[in-house]
Design a protein around this ligand. Structure first.
Ligand SMILES: *[C@@H]1O[C@H](CO)[C@@H](O)[C@H](O)[C@H]1NC(C)=O
Ligand SMILES: *[C@@H]1O[C@H](CO)[C@@H](O)[C@H](O)[C@H]1NC(C)=O
Ligand SMILES: *[C@@H]1O[C@H](CO)[C@@H](O)[C@H](O)[C@H]1NC(C)=O
Length: 395
């Protein structure tokens, strides 16, 4: 049976909804001043560009919201300003998610550059100093999402992003991407012939990110470094033992640096090779389970083969809106999370809706609770009910 145990979960989520948020313990400092550690017993909740389903992507507000909602990791894309300051921003152009078009002083900054083999026209972040970028305001990417925060928040730097994670009252990991390194290294020059990847590593070193996966250092300041460019991951492998994730794009898109096809980079031979440098892969989810006419097809063996190579799998991107949910999930994002976690067996999920994934996981695989705050009793009771109902569901 496909989604056993799911209906009781939906039922419980309705109860939980009526009782409002505080039923689940939100991030909080432990009484002894030690930070509540990263949970490592269930797939990671990776807040894709922050809680960008609610608040414009990659802003401080989106990241703080994600932390409040229970993110294990906050995820970001690192690009550079013209003057070599690393920033958190997804697109190489500013057009779709800022108000740059309204700034007359920048009207002459529009350029056309070749980006991954495609001539792209727009306002490129690499043509703006940090001071200029800070004059812009970020807006929501999708018109069907909440527009009330448009124009309220600015672009943040990599260092400002790190500060948000380190200031959190519990341990929150970071998940930065070395984004478009080919383009950045073409357009931005640093003193002493340093490359984008060198500056990226300098920043992480400055804030003490180090240590192999699950080491004491790592658990204090958890991090996954991600990139679609395998040469960047290989290049930094001599500079850090922090765990790295190799991102894998749609099957039609070759790697930006080595021009290798999807089939090449997902072959057993390649997984053998990349295994020396990374701890896992981050594939687009529709390559793991192909989709035709918005219906899931038979899953590929990518997850099984990655696991056989001891590689974690963190697919992207989970988005709750009907528009993004394949019909198999009956317009219910909990069914999608259930399928990927319990049937496909992934190790982490990039989601636009961290709060939703957190609620699902608290219902289906609650963390052991030893907090002594007043939320705890209600939580324990709910978890007890959840386990009773889900074991009933299995009969
Ligand atoms: C991009 O435009 C330039 C200048 O017009 C041209 O020489 C080049 O071939 C174009 N590249 C692609 C990938 O279309
Ligand atoms: C890393 O260091 C080792 C030993 O010094 C060297 O053999 C290897 O080529 C280096 N790898 C990279 C990617 O620089
Ligand atoms: C990338 O590989 C494809 C297919 O092998 C080839 O047609 C194309 O010319 C290559 N592009 C570059 C920039 O090397």
């Amino acid at each position: 049976m496909r989604f056993t145990g799911f209906i009781p979960l939906l039922f419980l989520s309705l109860i939980a909804g009526c009782a409002a948020r505080p039923i689940y313990p939100l991030p909080s400092k432990n009484a002894d001043g030690k930070k509540q550690p990263l949970q490592t017993s269930r797939p990671y909740n990776i807040a894709h560009r922050g809680s960008n389903g609610e608040i414009p992507e990659e802003t401080a507000a989106a990241y703080m919201r994600a932390i409040e909602e229970g993110a294990d990791f906050i995820e970001t894309d690192i690009l550079s300003s013209k003057d070599g300051v690393l920033i958190c921003f997804h697109d190489v152009t500013l057009d779709d998610t800022t108000d740059v078009a309204e700034h007359k002083e920048f009207a002459n900054r529009k350029r056309t550059y070749e980006v991954q083999g495609v001539n792209t026209t727009g306002f490129f972040s690499v043509d703006f100093s940090l001071k200029e970028l800070k004059k812009l305001r970020v807006k929501q990417r999708y018109s069907f999402r909440d527009q009330q925060y448009n124009g309220k928040f600015s672009i943040i730097t990599f260092e400002e992003f790190i500060a948000i994670a380190l200031d959190a009252s519990r341990v929150v990991g970071i998940y930065p991407e070395i984004k478009n390194p080919v383009l950045i290294n073409q357009h931005v020059k640093w003193a002493g012939g340093k490359k984008f990847e060198d500056k990226f590593m300098e920043t992480l070193n400055k804030y003490g990110y180090r240590g192999s996966y699950m080491s004491e250092d790592w658990l204090k300041q958890p991090i996954f470094i991600q990139s679609f460019a395998p040469t960047s991951l290989v290049y930094i492998s001599n500079m850090t033992d922090s765990p790295k994730i190799f991102l894998i794009d749609d099957i039609t898109i070759p790697t930006q640096d080595t021009n290798q096809s999807y089939w090449e980079i997902t072959s057993d031979a390649y997984l053998d090779y990349i295994n020396d440098y990374v701890i896992g892969i981050g594939p687009w989810k529709d390559t793991v389970v192909p989709v035709i006419n918005n219906y899931l097809q038979t899953p590929t063996d990518l997850v099984a083969r990655a696991h056989a190579h001891d590689l974690q799998v963190h697919p992207y991107t989970y988005r709750n809106e009907n528009l993004f949910l394949h019909f198999n999930f009956h317009q219910d994002e909990y069914e999608e999370y259930d399928y990927w976690i319990n049937k496909i067996g992934v190790d982490g999920l990039f989601t636009d809706f961290t709060g939703s994934l957190h609620h699902f996981q608290e219902l289906s695989s609650p963390l052991s609770l030893d907090q002594s705050d007043e939320n705890s009793k209600a939580s324990k009771l709910l978890h007890k009910i959840a386990s009773l109902v889900s074991s009933y569901g299995k009969v």
